[in-house]
Ligand binder design. Structure first.
Ligand SMILES: [Zn+2]
Ligand SMILES: [Zn+2]
Length: 127
């Protein structure tokens, strides 16, 4: 693995979150000022194929990349766009499967909400 590839994986690992290719490029350029978006995309494709990272496709959002490979859903703040992991898919899958006539194969859950920070900023936080 090249030094650049190692750095890319380190960025995804250390920041524990969901990143677009553009965000990864910004972070990567601190170490590799000449890195290009094409390089980032090429390596993200390789990592995804190798199962090192996961590509998250959310409706109406750019594609995100993350290192959390466990099955989980996502919650997207409609105000700031921040994506957080939603860890309840197993119970939920059970509920969904129970309401279906047939066999549930997979769930791809995305919920939209307004995060705490944005609520606070709007002055709408409930106490
Ligand atoms: Zn927000
Ligand atoms: Zn996630």
């Amino acid at each position: 693995m090249s030094v650049l590839q190692t750095s890319m994986l380190a960025i995804l690992k250390e920041n524990r979150g969901h990143f677009t290719a553009g965000q990864i490029l910004t972070l990567l350029r601190k170490t590799f000022p000449t890195a290009s978006l094409a390089t980032v995309y090429r390596n993200l494709d390789i990592f995804t194929r190798e199962g090192k990272i996961r590509r998250v496709a959310l409706a109406d959002s750019p594609k995100y990349y993350e290192m959390n490979l466990a099955p989980h859903g996502h919650a997207v703040c409609l105000h700031c766009g921040q994506v957080v992991d939603l860890m309840a898919p197993e119970e939920l899958s059970g509920l969904i499967a129970g309401s279906l006539q047939g066999k549930l194969l997979s769930t791809d859950l995305t919920v939209h909400y307004i995060c705490k920070r944005c609520l606070k900023k709007m002055g709408g936080e409930q106490h």
